[in-house]
Design a protein around this ligand. Structure first.
Ligand SMILES: [Zn+2]
Length: 402
């Protein structure tokens, strides 16, 4: 079982229960939900034996979870098992759903994921958000959230919470964007701008991308660096199955690791940062191409056609990524590096030079570099799944439908 998302954050006031019967009940509800989610469909007896409680105790918990719309009974199990057939329990395909949103530099996306992990609705809007106010952008996000919620409500689902991925630094309060350089936002409290009736979590897109890899990725390593890029470059550091957030919540700013200390100035105040060499716009510039909305497709198409300047620019970006990652790999000794986000689409041209640079510079055996199959979907899916994980971790706290 993977660690709960919220372990790495400070406990919300009032959420840390004393070790009373009530606290025990909440923990047991979570154990039932996690067990059925990971191994279901299961009978009540099977759940009881998995978590070491009596069948009567499990039945009480299960009845509560069915009443709350979190579990459902699928009907009698097939015969052939020892003992009386029980009704198989499964995580509900109706009930609460996680709403994820992504505020990108040039797009907005919202999706709903049910407790089984299925995407049930999705809405996307292309928009150049660089010169727009937080009020205007969040009004559009709210509009997309409404569309998605209306769609899932028609299928018997309701929103359990909203998680928003942003391309910037987010305070540990989980709602304030401290600085999003590519949006031009400073100290923006999204909690005052987004729908107030939904529990809200805001996090950096790279963090949600890393969590998506942890929860949904094929390789499912527990110690890895997840690197993703849009115009900026971010990394999520996952150590022993948990996201490393840092003191202020700013860990993982790989894009501002210097590659050449005397290189071009960067918006962060430094010089020669990785973003100046491997960010999407930097690569377009190096390839002699104008900025466009579909930056990755332009680069991938031209590289696939064999255009030499584009391939050279991507090769050099791979070298810069390799240099920056050398520091992180030597420091943290991860099981692997995962290229996600837009970088996944450019992997065929980035990987050879990235791997060579990393192998040449790291002290031990070369750290494997893999490519996320989630690609640019990672942050959005990670956001929605973080709400779903929150429901599994504390089913008693799930809001009722409004
Ligand atoms: Zn920088």
């Amino acid at each position: 079982m993977t660690a709960p998302l919220h372990e790495a954050r400070p406990a919300a006031p009032g959420r840390a229960l004393p070790d009373t019967q009530q606290g025990m009940r909440r923990r047991n509800l979570a154990r039932v939900m996690h067990t059925v989610s990971a191994e279901g469909p299961l009978s009540r007896a099977a759940v009881a034996s998995r978590i070491g409680l009596t069948r009567a105790a499990v039945s009480t918990l299960v009845d509560e979870l069915i009443r709350s719309g979190l579990l459902e009974e699928l009907g009698p199990e097939r015969p052939g098992r020892v003992g009386r057939p029980g009704s198989a329990l499964a995580v509900s395909g109706r009930g609460p759903a996680g709403i994820g949103a992504e505020i990108g530099v040039d797009h907005l996306a919202v999706c709903a994921v049910d407790l089984r992990g299925q995407v049930r609705a999705r809405a996307v809007r292309q928009a150049d958000n660089r010169d727009r106010s937080p009020e205007d952008v969040t009004a559009d996000v709210t509009d997309l959230v409404r569309q998605v919620v209306a769609e899932i409500e028609g299928e018997g689902l309701w929103p359990a919470g909203l998680a928003v991925a942003v391309p910037g630094l987010v305070a540990r309060d989980g709602r304030t964007v401290v600085h999003a350089p590519n949006l031009g936002w400073h100290d923006t409290d999204l909690g005052t701008l987004l729908p107030a009736h939904l529990p809200l979590t805001v996090d950096n897109e790279a963090n949600f991308g890393g969590l998506a890899e942890l929860w949904l990725g094929e390789a499912a390593p527990h110690d890895f660096l997840h690197v993703s890029a849009e115009i900026g470059i971010g990394a999520a550091v996952v150590v022993d199955g948990r996201l490393l957030r840092g003191t202020r919540g700013f860990a993982g700013e790989l894009g501002h690791v210097p590659v050449r200390p005397d290189g071009p100035p960067c918006a962060c105040g430094g010089q020669g940062c990785l973003e100046q060499y491997a960010g999407e716009e930097a690569v377009l510039r190096a390839a002699g191409l104008a900025s466009a909305g579909n930056r990755v497709e332009v680069l991938a198409d031209r590289a696939a056609e064999g255009e030499e300047t584009v391939r050279r620019a991507l090769h050099d970006a791979g070298v810069a990524l390799g240099i920056a990652l050398t520091g992180a790999v030597n420091l943290l000794d991860p099981e692997m590096v995962v290229l996600g986000g837009a970088l996944a689409g450019l992997a065929p041209w980035l990987l050879p030079s990235l791997r060579a640079e990393l192998a040449r510079r790291t002290a031990g055996p070369a750290c494997p570099v893999s490519v996320s199959r989630l690609g640019s979907e990672g942050p959005l899916l990670g956001a929605a799944h973080s709400v779903v994980r929150g429901v599994l971790d504390d089913p008693a706290a799930v809001p009722a439908p409004v």
